[in-house]
Design a binder for this molecule. Structure first.
Ligand code: FE2
Length: 290
């Protein structure tokens, strides 16, 4: 599709405790605070100047998911498609774009009310190195990781259609699982070789965001992050386990805003011969509650 999204490029988080987020992102996850002149709250995980932006506020949820178009022309195509669908994205100001480390963006909400942005022209800078994650995070053309949003059942189908038909994300697969809380359906979308950059669920929870995911390249960095989180008092929600669809080995914990994060290693990528399937469980093994 012309003008399709190519990457989950950045995430803005509205946080009531920005200092707790700073400790969590730097000391537990292993990101680096951005040393730039764009104001506090920016964090790096690779050559991009900002991947996570923490915005002080009361929502304690993702304030914007930043989806990248390949260039300004692709952003214009996307904007036109959204306008034809009756949506009117707001153009971001130059100051807002600088704060996100991109050249330009537009902002809107999906049918379930999740705020998102479509941007182009991400800035890069030399000098990123994480002393805590020497093997680095898996980003590059796979984007920063993934985000999982929780939508009202009545808005599920229209939300799926929005991301698939307007933003050009492609379905990876589905999980229809039975959980202690009842049946759960998850729809997974990819924008590039990463198995999923977005998934959509419906759970009876207040927050829009279920979790965000960071992935590291090296097994030892993964194990050490699991130790670090426990040493620093991060609540572990699910211990180490393995997902049947993306083949990610991961654990889950709680962010300072209450929604969850997943920390992963070893996920598989999607190639041209990918077949969409439906899985019947969330985990092959592990992911047990401590
Ligand atoms: Fe995940």
């Amino acid at each position: 599709m012309d003008g399709a999204i190519v990457e989950l490029g950045y995430l803005g988080i509205e946080a009531s405790q920005p200092e707790a987020w700073r400790d969590f992102l730097t000391a537990s996850v292993g990101l680096e605070e951005s040393a730039d002149s764009l104001g506090s709250g920016g964090y790096r995980m690779d050559a991009r100047v900002r991947r996570i932006i923490v915005e002080p506020g009361e929502a304690d949820d993702v304030a914007y998911s930043g989806w990248l178009a390949s260039d300004a022309a692709a952003l214009a195509v996307l904007q036109e498609r959204l306008s034809e669908a009756g949506l009117e994205p707001r153009s971001g100001s130059a100051e807002e774009a600088r704060r996100r480390g991109v050249a330009d963006f537009v902002a809107l909400a999906d049918p379930a009310g999740n705020p998102l942005e479509i941007a182009c022209g991400p800035e890069t800078a030399a000098g990123f190195a994480s002393p805590l994650v020497p093997g680095g995070f898996v980003t590059g053309d796979q984007g920063l990781g993934h985000v999982v949003i929780n939508v009202d059942p009545a808005l599920y189908d229209s939300t799926i259609a929005f991301y698939r038909d307007l933003l050009g994300l492609r379905i990876s697969d589905y999980i229809n699982a039975t959980t202690p809380a009842g049946p759960l359906t998850v729809t997974f979308f990819h924008a590039n070789a990463r198995h999923h950059s977005l998934s959509v669920i419906c759970l009876a929870r207040r927050k829009r965001t279920h979790h965000i995911m960071f992935q590291v390249a090296e097994w030892d960095d993964f194990g050490q992050a699991f130790d670090r989180c426990q040493d620093q008092g991060v609540e572990i929600i699910q211990g180490i386990g393995h997902h049947p669809n993306d083949h990610m080995t991961s654990f889950y914990g709680r962010t300072p805003s209450g929604f969850q994060f997943e920390f992963g290693w070893g996920g598989r990528t999607i190639g041209a011969d990918w077949q969409v399937t439906t899985h019947d469980r969330l985990s092959d093994w592990g992911h047990r509650r401590p």
